[in-house]
Design a protein around this ligand. Sequence first.
Ligand code: MEV
Length: 307
Amino acid sequence: MKSSAPGKVILFGEHAVVYNRPALAVPVTQVHADVEVLDSPRKGVWINAPDINLHAELNSLPSDHPIASVILKVFQRFDISQPPALNVSITSTIPVASGLGSGAAVSIAIIRSLSSFLIHPLPDKEINSIAYEIEKLHHGTPSGIDNTVITYSRPVYFIKGEPIETFTVGKPFTIVIGDTGISAPTKESVGDVRRLWLHDQSNFENIFDEIAQIVLIARRSIESGKPEMLGELMDQNHAFLQSLTVSSPELDKLVEAARNAGALGAKLSGGGRGGNMIALTEQPTAESVANALMSAGAKRTIITEIN
Ligand code: MEV
């Protein structure tokens, strides 16, 4: 049984979304996690994930291992205490710890393919809620935006704990994603923001409110077919993320390079400190913005159309 889940980028609202403000995120289908579950001739549940050099039987892994914990959760969901002999093969083109949702995509592809293999394909709502449980195990206090946008593979306007809301794209627009190549676990930046927030709640709450305003205007601009307005909003959102301390010299350098190469605006995307940034471009300048990002130190770029 095969299943695939895309990567994602957050367009606006990361970090503030952990504090119940809205955020906008879209799937990125150019990168994906792929899982295949098959009967195994050998007893046991065999996990093969060549990208991370993992070839192991489920019971040999700690129960909080990121992959083992997903498989165990699915067995638990179906009250399976003696799993059948099976092979779980996992590959992914989503860079790890880069803000593109690699962990959530792997979890979701496993839940989907394993539940189908067990002849109980789960609905998206339940896949999403199992994936959120896993995100909480590994990422501290996640908002749930990553698992939601990846499960539904649609643009989402997300508020923590509220039913999923998608938004329409009035006119397609082009985003260039630039990867610093620096691995930056979201758990750390989210944890650091929480410590700072605890010390200075009123200042941080104000920043989150400002970001929430940007998200609302951005959603309106996207829906009403005026994506060019997003450039300025990205610049503003990036400045607020800098004041939350989640940018880094490398991210700032890429953001600056994109703007200098003609992007309409740019910001970090996701947890920050490393990982990815995004830039809004007119379609014809996307290639030159991507080249400018590579010259400024990006390890890879993705040009993606949001529609
Ligand atoms: C990570 O992709 C987005 C953050 O807002 C964390 C979260 O929402 O869980 C930084």
